[in-house]
Design a protein around this ligand. Structure first.
Ligand SMILES: [Zn+2]
Length: 255
């Protein structure tokens, strides 16, 4: 029940609350209010938009689909499709979140394709998903996705990204990607400490290497497992070796 509660009221709480935000006539119109305006307020809102002094907003005056708030899960501009994809993946992940997480595997971003996303009903368990299953010693042959995901859950593993969404096309630049990761770290730390509460955290993406020291300096409430001071490169060219070293590291009992 804990995961369901988190999804409904905690982790996705911003989105739920935001839907209920109303605009009073005496309020100054801001991004939040406009983004979440109720339908019956649409006419008043549009009039208010046209009176805004911020020139940049005027090119987006008809806001129904063009205004974009930063996504609460990744910081990128969030179209309705982007938000829907985020919530769908949150729901899938939450379904297989262990009540007591033994090992939290932290990757950089969500996979772009659904078939590569570990908790997707259509996951083919290749790429990152396949490698984390190797770490957990879970075979996939002849099993449905649901069975595999349930076994991963029962083994006490949970995979979660720092950025809940894949990088959009406009975020492919290396500096932009790093900036998004850095901005997300405080929220991620709070989520780990207050909600996920794992016994240990393992970094598994090379893309997290520039922020490894910052994550290590955060008070996560549990040990962090690294590979010689760096993330385990499960997304790298020597992923097989990284899997072997991580399995060896995880035999260390943590209570
Ligand atoms: Zn997002």
């Amino acid at each position: 029940m804990v995961p369901a509660v988190e999804a409904a009221f905690g982790y996705a709480g911003f989105f739920v609350r935001d839907q209920r935000t109303e605009i009073r006539p005496d309020q100054e119109l801001g991004w939040n209010q406009e983004y979440s305006r109720p339908p019956q307020k649409a006419a008043a809102t549009k009039a208010a938009i046209c009176s805004l002094a911020v020139v940049a907003l005027h090119s987006n005056s008809d806001m129904t689909s063009t205004i974009e708030m930063p996504c609460d899960g990744c910081g990128q501009a969030s179209s309705p499709g982007h938000i829907a994809e985020r919530l769908k993946r949150l729901e899938w992940s939450t379904r297989y979140r262990p009540v007591h997480i033994q090992t939290l595997l932290l990757c950089a971003t969500s996979q772009r394709e659904e078939r590569e996303f570990l908790y997707s009903p259509r996951c083919d368990f290749r790429g990152e998903a396949g490698r984390v299953l190797e770490v957990a010693a879970i075979a996939t042959d002849g099993k449905s996705a649901e069975i595999v995901q349930a076994e991963f859950q029962r083994a006490g593993f949970f995979l979660t990204p720092v950025l809940e969404c894949a990088f959009e096309t406009e975020s492919q630049d290396g500096a932009k990607r790093l900036s998004l990761l850095e901005q997300r770290l405080p929220a991620m730390g709070t989520r780990i400490r207050r909600s996920l509460k794992p016994k240990r955290v393992v970094l598994i993406s090379r893309e997290l290497e520039p922020v490894t020291e910052k994550i290590a300096a955060m008070e996560l409430g549990c040990p962090m497992v690294l590979d010689g001071g760096k993330p385990f490169g499960l997304d790298g060219p020597n992923a097989g070796e990284a899997v072997r070293r991580l399995r060896k590291a995880l035999t260390i009992r943590v209570d």
